[in-house]
Design a protein around this ligand. Structure first.
Ligand code: NAD
Length: 510
């Protein structure tokens, strides 16, 4: 994690503040970390990193925000959500540019992530139906039993760099709709999107304190994990940190959902249309420079199709344009998030090569003219990687696609199931029976059938299995509403007015 910053050698850069109590906050002398434009490799800003006092201030403001927001009527809360949806829909191109400037992905891809987040906002506008309780009349003679759903209080969200708008939007529309106050700790690598969203909430009419952005690093995260005032944590990021969050938040008595890393396989049966498969593999492997938790990183080719498929993927890679994601003529793929991450991706390709793989297309010494200091890594294709290699087993999170040859469908499924992750997977075939067996036997949370990146729509829920999700609640959909509410069951008996009560006071004419 980035430590305190060195300033941009070319001059002063702005400080990206927190959003606390309905306004920007960045105390003098605050610790900061550099924020880069990955396409140029230059520092574009410094982000404030919360210390203990700032964490306390944020939580105190959220407590006040909760007191106000949770008492808004359902109809009034709904009108704020509708206003937010309209503002977001109208202004999303502005947000997309902010994302591209700090993350590096191409603008149309940034628009795509906002749209997927907006779907959850739209789901959340229908929240009254999803948070209403249930009623059982006369459960026993004269006794009614009913349940009501209430908010948790202050809920923490800790998000990764790769979807600075969409991932927070997997959680906060639902959390707010249910009446909670949100404290969002965005990634310190691309912190501006969260701030933009905070301003939008204010404009939509959300009361101050109900949505807080706490910028920072481990200190800020630990502050949320340990605070007795924070009721739950929704985390998305790498598996080791997800596990840490799950264990620490649980130890502090919190409700927790922690989504981790991935290594997604695409199984290609010999009957599949190989042109379609090659198109989809290139989109799913190299889109957003492979920095998607649902990116495909392994193509499992059931022989004899591997050689033909490698040729088709190689041809398509040759036509890919890599460059500055904000360029007027939009490229297909932008840079990686940081220099350190680019070096790590290159290291994995070195490992694959040392373990005996053939590097069919090598992106290691790739650069973009005019952007020599940008964090670019060329699309890379690997053949014949041994499944014992760390480069096969671990998440690379870059534009690196490996083709692994298997003899049968069963061998392919067994290989997928032997992995430690279980986020997404896909099968490409025209055989309905094979697809049906695949969905039944594969130990993965999200499955695509001739769909390479099967991110569920907002009214289903998003989440993997195994080390891709710690906890038992997925993001958004019905799972989301269950996570962000707690239920009370009321057992009630009112005496019949004939026995006692209102009639004595003349209220009811019996
Ligand atoms: P990361 O784990 O490094 O960071 C995620 C968040 O945790 C950030 O806000 C960061 O500040 C914080 N953090 C980092 N180290 C910490 C520590 N030691 N203690 C407390 N907090 C800490 O992840 P990243 O590099 O930002 O994102 C990429 C990862 O996220 C990939 O592994 C990717 O697969 C995963 N991801 C998963 C999903 C999913 O749905 N399963 C979605 C998106 C991204």
């Amino acid at each position: 994690m980035a430590a305190s910053a060195t300033a941009d050698p070319t001059g002063d850069v702005p400080v990206i503040p927190h959003w606390i109590d309905g306004g920007e906050y960045a105390p003098d002398g605050t610790r900061t970390a550099p924020v880069f434009n990955p396409a140029t490799g230059r520092v574009s800003a410094e982000v404030a990193l919360a210390d203990e006092q700032t964490i306390e201030r944020a939580i105190a403001s959220a407590r006040r925000g909760f007191e106000v927001w949770s008492r808004y009527s359902v109809a009034r809360r709904q009108s704020v959500l509708f206003a937010f949806r309209e503002l977001l829909n109208a202004r999303k191109p502005e947000l997309a540019r902010i994302i591209t400037a700090e993350h590096g992905k191409v603008v149309s891809d940034a628009m795509g992530e906002i749209l997927r987040g907006q779907e959850v906002v739209e789901l959340a506008t229908g929240f009254p139906h999803l948070i209403k309780g249930a009623f059982s009349e006369n459960a026993s003679t004269g006794i009614d039993v009913y349940s009501i759903k209430q908010p948790l209080g202050i809920v923490g969200i800790v998000s990764p760099f790769n979807f600075p708008a969409m991932v927070p939007m997997w959680f906060f529309p639902v959390a707010l709709a249910a009446g909670n106050a949100v404290v969002l700790k965005p990634s310190e690598k691309d912190p501006s999107a969260a701030l933009w969203l905070a301003r939008l909430w204010q404009e939509a009419g959300l009361p101050d304190g109900a949505f807080t952005v706490l910028q920072g690093d481990k200190l800020a995260v630990d502050g949320l994990l340990e605070s007795p005032d924070v009721s739950s944590i929704s985390f998305v990021g790498s598996t080791p940190i997800a596990q840490y969050i799950y264990e620490t938040a649980s130890r502090h008595g919190k409700r927790v959902q922690a989504l981790g890393g991935a290594k997604n396989h695409m199984l290609v049966l010999p009957d599949a249309d190989l042109d379609l498969v090659a198109d989809q593999a290139v989109n799913a492997g190299y889109g957003a420079a492979g920095e998607r938790c649902m990116a495909i990183s392994v193509v499992l080719a059931v022989e004899p199709v591997a050689d033909a498929l490698i040729e088709k993927i190689r041809d398509r890679i040759a036509a890919l344009r890599v460059g500055d994601g904000s360029a007027e003529t939009e490229p297909d793929m932008g840079p990686l998030i940081s220099r350190a991450h680019r070096d790590k991706v290159a290291e994995y390709v070195d490992i694959a090569e040392a373990d005996g793989a053939r590097i069919v297309v090598d992106g290691r010494r790739f650069s973009v003219a005019g952007h020599e200091d940008g964090f670019f890594f060329g699309p890379t294709l690997i053949d014949g990687i041994p499944t014992s290699s760390r480069a096969y087993q671990e998440e690379i999170f870059g534009p690196v696609l490996a083709v692994v040859r298997v003899a049968t469908f069963d061998e392919g499924v067994a290989l997928i199931n032997s992995g430690r992750f279980g986020n997404g997977t896909a099968i490409f075939t025209n055989d309905g029976g094979a697809a049906r067996r695949f969905q039944n036997e594969v130990e993965v949370g999200m499955i695509g059938i001739n769909v390479p990146i099967p991110v569920p729509v907002a009214y289903h829920s998003f989440g993997g299995w195994k080390q891709s999700l710690f906890g038992d609640a997925k993001a958004y959909g019905v799972h989301g509403f269950e996570f962000f509410t707690r239920e009370k069951a009321v057992t009630s008996r009112w005496l019949d007015p004939a026995t006692r009560g209102a009639s004595e006071h003349g209220g009811i004419n019996l």
